[in-house]
Design a protein around this ligand. Structure first.
Ligand SMILES: O=C(COP(=O)(O)O)N(O)CCCCO
Ligand code: NA
Ligand SMILES: [Zn+2]
Length: 305
């Protein structure tokens, strides 16, 4: 069934398990996410970035809402990295049941003001809201954040921010970053910082940049003709630990990008004569389902729906 972010994340925080928030850009990605969650009796969040809204629009949002509404597990449709009040309200008008306002690149006061505005409007319509405090490294689709500009979330500031805005769940910077290159080898996750923030705040916390970039998928990507540097993601055990101290929403996009591309590259390489789109996009869906299943097991949300 289609529910709000709070309907999924408040139980997750209380139950000390993580709920994956996977980005979608088409029907097959959406099917892989929701069908795998149903198979494993797991709640799940399907999210669309502003780029995905540009790419698929109301057509894609309607596909997500329709599959979600018929699903046997709770599913929320979430706006990822909404960059303005207008963008957040546009998503709500499109039928999103959860929205992020990401004003983390502005000053603290501007972030509070923008977030507060979105919270008031969204709450009036029964929609729950995510905001971000602190600055991840990596590439956030439209903003390149160098490591030196990344700064981790200050626990006391987080309390002030949540009190001032009434936001429902908070994305915190704790060492993760977006994309396939999360620092040399294994990104450092500041578990002590998560524990401190989780002690001070009872609301669900959000970890962005949480793709694991599995070595096996990276190898298959290379073997099927893809080119990628020494990619690395967050370690499973770091994610598991984080969910014990307050992280309840875990954002994953890169892993699905890699998995779907592996599925497509392997078919095109093995069968140069193939031109049936179902034979090309079907395997993409299958590889994504495997990656999704692994993530749901790591986060502990299996059997929670
Ligand atoms: O936090 C994330 C996902 O991070 P990751 O790149 O680790 O999958 N997102 O918000 C998805 C959009 C960023 C572009 O990938
Ligand atoms: Na988000
Ligand atoms: Zn993100």
């Amino acid at each position: 069934m289609l529910v709000t972010g709070n309907d999924i994340l408040i139980p997750a925080r209380a139950g000390k398990y993580g709920v994956a928030a996977f980005n979608t850009n088409n029907m097959e990605i959406t099917q892989a996410i929701i069908h795998t969650a149903e198979k494993l009796r797991s709640p799940v969040i399907v999210q669309m970035s502003e780029g995905a809204i540009k790419y698929g629009g109301q057509d894609l949002a309607n596909i997500v809402k329709d599959i979600a509404s018929r699903a046997s597990v709770p599913v929320a449709l979430h706006l990822d990295h909404g960059s303005s009040y207008a963008s957040a309200l546009n998503a709500i008008r499109m039928g999103f049941t959860s929205v992020m306002i990401d004003a983390s690149h502005h000053s603290f006061d501007e972030n509070v003001a923008e977030t507060k505005k979105v919270v008031e409007a969204a709450h009036a319509m029964g929609i729950s809201v995510e905001a971000e405090l602190g600055r991840l490294g990596g590439i956030e689709e439209h903003i390149v954040v160098d490591e030196k500009d990344a700064f981790l979330t200050d626990p006391q500031e987080a309390v002030t921010f949540v009190d001032a805005t009434g936001v429902d769940y908070l994305a915190i910077a704790i060492g993760t970053s977006h994309g396939a290159y999360k620092g040399k080898g294994r990104p450092y996750i500041d578990q002590a910082r998560i524990e401190e923030i989780g002690r001070l705040l009872a609301i669900p916390l959000v970890a962005h940049g949480s793709s694991g970039v599995p070595a096996e998928i990276v190898q298959r990507f290379r073997d099927s003709g893809g080119e990628i540097g020494d990619a690395a993601g967050i370690a499973d055990e770091d994610l598991e630990k984080a969910t014990q101290h307050g992280i309840a929403k875990v954002n994953v996009d890169t892993d699905l990008r890699l998995a779907s591309t592996v599925g497509i590259r392997e078919v095109l390489k093995a069968s140069p004569k193939e031109f049936d789109p179902r034979k090309v996009f079907g395997p993409a869906r299958d590889v994504m389902a495997q990656v999704i299943e692994h993530k749901l097991r790591v986060l502990g949300s299996v059997g929670k729906a």
